[in-house]
Design a protein around this ligand. Structure first.
Ligand code: 2IT
Length: 445
């Protein structure tokens, strides 16, 4: 495989799609060796077939705000690859959303979903709609208009969207209500549903919990645990909340959370009612963390800054892509960080990953670490198909088992001769082999 040549061609076809090109390059570079050992992949031209989505749907989403103004946003669904199951992946509502970001997320989702051991293909969608500062009624009208178009392309055996940044329980409810009305059936077409109407227990916590279960396995390889470790977390949404909850339960001390306005440093640790307060912050719909520093004593607020300058044992990016740079990585390493696990998708830049690898820091990528979210969506689909409901323990036990399994796959394919585990390589190879072999089985299609 000639990675540079493939990337040059891809760049010519999709100029300026920086995040998508970044995600593809990372995968190609890390699977190169495994790919070359299997000449059948080359003869089936698997690479060219896997790096382009099956289809890209874009549509217009007109809606009316509370003042009666007519607004128009862009809607997308990328159906990337369904070799191992129906397209599956979240919807992101954020002003930064564009084709490049959704293609990177959809591409990552293929391999992440393959790692979960469950039958799910890769997809992603969303809109440049900004839920921040909107009323409930505005969010509802937007979601209804979005689904009025999207419903034609999805289905419980075809494509099953879920939440991502800006899409939580409220949005899934509005989207599902519209789908149900249009399709006239009550099926598992979305995941992240309310627990009264087909949602799975533990789904809201699953991405954060799964990330901590994964990090626990990483620590175990160094005979370490969460007990007594200081932890910095970025973000304050659903993912950050679940991670803070589980990390604290395992004896860690979370000292930061962050938002677009800056980060808060709480030396006492963000535990108990402070974790609950994160939900209040989130529901205020303003996307700021500063109020945390007024709500509790002894807390510092650092305006416009990222939490990576704080000295910690463990750093967990939980907000968005490329949120931890090469310089941030250097600072963390200087301060003695032992483990960095991306709970956000592609949270670290390639320069940051290089620093962690160079310094043999335990580091694992989002597609392995945060796979617990979509894995639990898969478990929601299973429960919907079986028309029954598992209790929390049943779901949590399965989630835990899946995360341990993903960790094993990473070690199997990523362990170097010196014993250091390259989790990026491990995750990419394990995910790729499963999908590529499935594509080979089905012929050129
Ligand atoms: O990035 C992700 O894996 C998600 N946003 C969750 C996707 C899902 O289908 O639950």
């Amino acid at each position: 495989m000639n990675v540079d040549k493939i990337m040059n061609n891809l760049e010519k076809k999709h100029p300026g799609e920086a995040e998508y090109l970044q995600a593809v390059r990372e995968v190609l570079e890390s699977i190169e060796e495994a790919y070359n050992e299997n000449p059948q992949f080359e003869s089936a031209n698997i690479i060219e077939r896997i790096i382009e989505p099956d289809r890209v749907l874009t549509f217009k989403v007109p809606w009316v705000d509370d003042e009666g103004n007519v607004k128009v946003n862009l809607g997308y669904r990328i159906q990337f690859n369904n070799a191992i199951g129906p397209y599956k992946g979240g919807l992101r509502f954020h002003p930064s959303v564009n084709l490049s970001i959704l293609k990177f997320l959809g591409f990552e989702q293929i391999f992440k979903n393959a790692l979960t051991t469950l039958p799910m293909g890769g997809g992603k969608g969303g809109s440049d709609f900004d839920p921040k500062g909107k009323s409930n009624a505005e969010v509802m009208r937007f979601c209804q208009s979005f689904m009025l178009e999207l419903w034609k392309y999805i289905g419980p055996e075809t494509d099953v969207p879920a939440g991502d940044i800006g899409v939580g329980g409220r949005e899934i409810g509005f989207l599902y209500g519209m789908y149900k009305r249009l399709a006239g059936d009550h099926t598992g077409v979305l995941t992240g549903k309310g627990s009264n109407w087909g949602g799975s227990l533990i789904r809201p916590e699953a991405t954060g919990y799964g990330g901590i279960y994964f990090a626990k396995e990483m620590l175990k390889t160094n005979n370490e645990t969460f007990k007594g470790k200081t932890i910095s977390i970025s973000g304050f949404g659903n993912v950050a909340w679940g991670a803070a909850l589980k990390a604290t339960e395992l004896g860690g001390k979370v000292v930061t959370i962050s938002g677009p306005d800056g980060y808060v440093y709480d030396p006492e640790g963000i535990s108990d009612k402070k974790i609950e307060y994160m939900l209040e912050l989130r529901s205020s719909n303003e996307d700021i963390v500063k109020p945390y520093s007024f709500a509790f004593e002894g807390v510092e607020f650092h305006e416009g800054k990222c939490p990576w300058e704080v000295k910690v044992d463990i750093a967990l990016p939980c907000a968005t892509q490329n949120e931890l740079t090469g310089d941030d990585a250097k600072k963390l390493i200087q301060n003695g960080v032992m483990l960095v696990a991306e709970i956000s998708n592609m949270g670290c830049t390639p320069q940051a990953v290089e620093e962690f690898h160079k310094n043999k820091i335990l580091f694992a990528p989002g597609k392995a670490v945060n796979a617990g979210g979509v894995a639990t969506s898969g478990l929601e689909m299973t429960q919907n198909s079986m028309k029954l409901r598992w209790n929390s323990k049943e779901v949590d036990d399965r989630l835990h088992e899946i995360m341990c399994n993903i960790h094993e796959q990473c070690v199997k394919h990523g362990k170097r001769e010196d014993g250091y585990v390259d989790y990026v390589k491990g995750a990419n190879i394990a995910g790729f082999l499963k999908v590529a072999n499935s594509m080979l089985d089905m012929g050129v299609i």
